[in-house]
Write a protein that binds this ligand. Sequence first.
Ligand SMILES: NC(=O)c1ccc[n+]([C@@H]2O[C@H](COP(=O)([O-])OP(=O)(O)OC[C@H]3O[C@@H](n4cnc5c(N)ncnc54)[C@H](OP(=O)(O)O)[C@@H]3O)[C@@H](O)[C@H]2O)c1
Length: 282
Amino acid sequence: MEHDDADPLGARRRTLITGAGGQLGHALAGAFGGDEVVALSRDAWDVRFDAPPLPSRPDLVLHAAAWTDVDGAEDDPQGAAAVNVGGTAHVAALGAPVVAYSSDYVFDGTKGAPYLESDAPAPLSAYGRTKLHGEAAAGERAWVVRSSWLYGETGNNFLRTMLRLGAARDEVSVVDDQRGCPTYVGHLAGATRELVDGTAEFGVWHLAADGDCTWADLAEAIFEDAGIACRVRRITAAQFGARAPRPAQSILRSEKGAPRLPHWRDGVRACLAALGARESGS
Ligand SMILES: NC(=O)c1ccc[n+]([C@@H]2O[C@H](COP(=O)([O-])OP(=O)(O)OC[C@H]3O[C@@H](n4cnc5c(N)ncnc54)[C@H](OP(=O)(O)O)[C@@H]3O)[C@@H](O)[C@H]2O)c1
């Protein structure tokens, strides 16, 4: 690993976070709290444009800003590319080592086994194509971290949607023919820190929760752990009818010894515990 940008006098690492208003950006600010963190949300740096004047040159950039509206990208692929490809190029232009986040949606889901870092991507959707091109735009001094099905205690995500729907309904219909690794952003942020603080070389890394499940399995686990009495009706992706095609099976595993994340069930419990702590103000 290259630490040549770090201050030789051992001062705290200057870490810049893009997309700090998002769910992963929020978790990264916590996990890298020992660094001198500059956390920029979209209003402070819209990554479609060159970086604003910064207090100092960063030693490390955690690039969490992205167009994440998978269905919306089908309607506006150029808009999604401006953020996910052009924005990543602007981040790489800072010249510091970058963690660039990518997605299981760079794969088509037909492998029939977990995807490893060396597997050939073949995105099905406009969003997946922008993430794949964004991986290349991150440049040579980048850890390209692919993760999947992210959720956390902030923002719009599946877990929070299920808590809201489950409180209002007796039954929800959830897709049961897509299988992946639902990953808690707190666990991904911790594993990112392990990766960059360890001896990891630049390149593609798969960091996703252990285990795998369908969206319907995930919904049932959320209801069980949150004590919500709501039934899950299992439907197909075709019945759900989302605009963007998604891989049927996009389990991510590492063949390179990436940091291991906890099981997705532990992620659900950790997120619900953090939400409880937020609601009680502790
Ligand atoms: N969510 C998932 O399931 C998932 C799965 C795999 C990989 N990933 C990847 O993980 C990373 C983090 O995703 P996330 O789940 O934290 O998404 P998120 O909660 O949607 O956060 C993304 C953040 O980027 C900001 N953003 C959008 N356009 C921007 C721009 N032009 N300039 C600066 N900021 C901009 C958004 O701001 P606004 O809210 O104001 O638009 C938002 O705060 C992304 O690279 C994503 O592709 C996500």
